[in-house]
Design a protein around this ligand. Structure first.
Ligand code: ADP
Length: 191
């Protein structure tokens, strides 16, 4: 299984990604988590990424692409993976297509979580209090939403045109959202 999970910042991608990945026994690979781990370890990649992340901007494609292509060839991803937070730009879509094609596989499905943007700002501000993420201030959250709307939202149409999209309502209890995702994914695998 090679899956993507998409949705605006704060849609709950990370939470759902873990459930989906466990279910299919594949790793959930979050570019945001990898960047944050690098930031906290002070690696050169982390130092570079932090400048963008703190401002709510995307890390340059070359940096992100290289990181993902190195990650998905690790042995735990041999039978598949779920990408959370990648691709986020059209250039990344093309790059990922190339990476997957090279391994002789294909993308199986794209889960898209839909949520209301005001609801999200509130969720993220709450998360800021719990997790203390540097990019969860109101200004930066709004900037991340803008960047998402401009650069990443259009990718949903690209994947829709390929018939891969499973749009799922991301509001409500975590469990309910998970059930909706599995219901949607099993519909196509049966048909
Ligand atoms: P969220 O979805 O809540 O905005 P993430 O944890 O997925 O948060 O990402 C945090 C930050 O990491 C992004 O705002 C961006 O700066 C950087 N980042 C993550 N994934 C990518 C990507 N695919 N391309 C460029 N930058 C990325």
């Amino acid at each position: 299984m090679r899956l993507l999970i998409m949705g605006p910042p704060g849609a709950g991608k990370g939470t759902q990604a873990k459930f989906i990945a466990d279910h299919f026994s594949i790793p959930a690979i979050s570019t945001g988590d990898i960047f944050r781990a690098n930031v906290s370890q002070g690696t050169p990649l982390g130092v570079e990424a932090k400048r963008y992340m703190d401002a709510g901007e995307y890390v340059p494609d070359e940096v992100t692409n290289r990181m993902v292509s190195n990650r998905i060839v690790e042995s735990d991803a041999e039978h598949g993976f779920l990408l959370d937070g990648y691709p986020r730009t059209l250039a990344q879509v093309e790059e990922l297509d190339g990476m997957i094609k090279q391994t002789g596989h294909q993308l199986d499905a794209v889960v898209v979580l839909t949520v209301d943007s005001e609801e999200i700002v509130q969720r993220l501000l709450q998360r800021a209090e719990i997790e203390g993420r540097a990019d969860d201030t109101e200004d930066v959250i709004r900037r991340r939403q803008e960047v998402y709307a401009e650069q990443t939202h259009p990718l949903i149409e690209v994947y829709k045109a390929r018939g891969l999209v499973h749009e799922v309502d991301g509001l409500g209890e975590v469990d309910d959202v998970t059930k909706r995702i599995f219901a949607s994914l099993s519909e196509t695998s049966e048909s």
